[in-house]
Design a protein around this ligand. Sequence first.
Ligand SMILES: [Zn+2]
Length: 244
Amino acid sequence: MTSSQVEENNHSDLLGYYNPAFFDMYLNTERDEVFVHEYTHYIQNISTVHGLIHFAYKKIYWLEKFIGCTHPLYNEIQNLCHQKKSLMDHMSEAIGNVKNYPYKSIVVENVNLLWNYKYKEKYDVEILKSVTLDLKVDGDKKSIVFGYKIIKENMARIMQNHFYPINNPSKSTTYYIVEDVVKSYHPNFPINPQNLFALCDIALLFTSDSTQMFFKLLDFCKENNKEYHIKDGTITVTKKIKAA
Ligand SMILES: [Zn+2]
């Protein structure tokens, strides 16, 4: 769980949470699996491009929104905030609007990628504006935003389950949906916890826009017909050999 859930929930309801803006971890339990989960968020925060940029944006956002700094020292930060207001709003919306549905059965009916082609002609760059998922959650139609929070939470949950396996987990979209999204988007992707963890980690590693990287990686796997093997922390890419 992250600080975003803190904004939506009462702190005392959570077993633990991690605040990316302050490198703070809070535990309301002595259960080791909660520590492993929150510690994974800390590692995401300090070891990935997404984590470091998120830290900077969150810091600026908090300074502007909650402290309302007027000291001259903060002028530059305030100016940056106003110039980048849409970015700040986007960051806060992406955190606050994630819906978490518990489920026994789930079907990913559509993965909707909304692209911005504004810079396509001039720079040959496409920007992924948003990803929404059309789901059947225990038979009911639902729609949720797929964003970096889901990537981070699935990664933390996989790490937690690796050390503290659960036989019959109670699943929910925020913590478990990545596997079903990958199955829907790239049915031939070799699904196992290590590969899903690596996919999420790479998505966070190289860019602040981890959602776009997540789907670009899957596109790359599809287009190049490669197989990925992970051993001893190293990802090996091999060309898939077609049977004669
Ligand atoms: Zn978490």
